[in-house]
Design a protein. Structure first.
Length: 335
């Protein structure tokens, strides 16, 4: 019971600290005139041009500070997650800064972002493989089995980070969409970690259990921070998170799963992130082959928007579907 109380407490502190610093940082961003440039082919969003961006700085600061305060005992993996979070946030910040500097919607080129992301993800993969606690182990979803895939874990980790960071980045296309979907994902993943800690992880030594619990505390802080950020990011958004926030959040989605050995649960609970990324891949591939489009516009949320669905309804659906998939995942692990 004490662990659950600490998790809730971490969430509350994440919420309150983010709520406290948000007005000051938003005011600073407005003063510096860091505004979003809307692509000319997204006509429905033309009215959003000029909205302050780079709001991800808010939760980069709050999550980093609050989580480090909340960690107890052995927390090397949780601290590494925060370091990775800041590293990807820095890549996103550079991308946003170039957009702001040159007043265009193109910051880092795609290949430049991939190089940065790939370098970080491979380094993380090597760290995971050489870790005494992690090694090449992965939990098989809905079973009590943990398999050791050896050095192949480096490739798996690299793919997970590339997929998660870009999927969350692609999902960040409507007011509050990436924020609410990531909140829903993190909320359900936190509960899943606590459930599995009392199930297949029961054989871990004390150090391993403490590591898992600190990762759960980090995830809880993220939930609180995102819920608070949503106050300013929901429709109509007063600020966008920018690549500063979306790449950083994507890295947390990956880190919390990788460091708890639950990478294979990501596409299940994070199904809406998967659909965002896959819709773009399908659209691009099909267009190159046939010069025709499957979706009216990709990622998927823009297709629904083009069909006349209001962005608030799309956001709520993404949030609820993620919540539902998380609930099903937890129930299947309990039964």
């Amino acid at each position: 019971m004490r662990d659950y109380c600490l998790i809730v407490e971490c969430c509350v502190w994440g919420f309150l600290f983010t709520l406290l610093i948000s007005p000051f940082i938003i005011s600073m961003i407005k003063r510096e005139k860091v505004k979003q440039v809307i692509l000319n082919y997204v006509e429905a969003h033309s009215s959003k041009s000029g909205t302050p961006t780079m709001g991800g700085i808010i939760f980069l600061i709050s999550i980093s500070i609050v989580s480090l305060i909340c960690f107890q005992g052995e927390s090397s993996l949780a601290k590494m997650s925060v370091l990775i979070f800041l590293a990807y946030g820095l890549v996103g910040f550079l991308d946003d800064f170039l957009k702001f500097k040159f007043k265009r919607n193109l910051g880092l080129r795609a290949y430049q972002k991939i190089i940065f992301q790939l370098a970080i993800s491979i380094a993380i993969g090597v760290f995971v493989y050489r870790s005494n606690y992690l090694g090449g182990e992965c939990v098989i979803p809905f079973t009590d089995y943990v398999v050791d895939i050896g050095p192949w874990i480096i490739l798996l980790v690299a793919v997970v980070y590339l997929a998660c960071t870009n999927a969350v980045n692609l999902t960040d296309g409507l007011d509050g969409l990436a924020t609410s979907t990531t909140f829903s994902y993190m909320f359900m993943f936190t509960i899943l970690m606590l459930v599995l800690t009392n199930n297949i992880f029961i054989g871990l030594d004390e150090k391993g259990l403490v590591e898992i619990k600190n990762i759960a505390r980090l995830s809880s802080v993220v939930c609180g921070a995102l819920l608070s950020f949503l106050v300013f990011n929901c429709f109509p958004a007063k600020i966008f998170m920018g690549d500063t926030g979306s790449l950083a959040l994507g890295s947390l989605v990956a880190s919390i799963a990788v460091f708890s050995k639950m990478s294979l649960y990501i596409p299940i609970i994070g199904i809406m992130f998967v659909l965002s990324a896959v819709s773009v891949i399908i659209q691009v591939a099909y267009y190159k082959i046939s010069k025709k489009r499957i979706f009216l516009m990709a990622p998927l949320h823009h297709h629904f928007e083009k069909k006349g669905v209001h962005e608030v309804r799309i956001t709520v659906c993404y949030f609820l579907i993620t919540l539902f998939m998380g609930l099903i995942t937890i129930l299947l692990n309990i039964l």
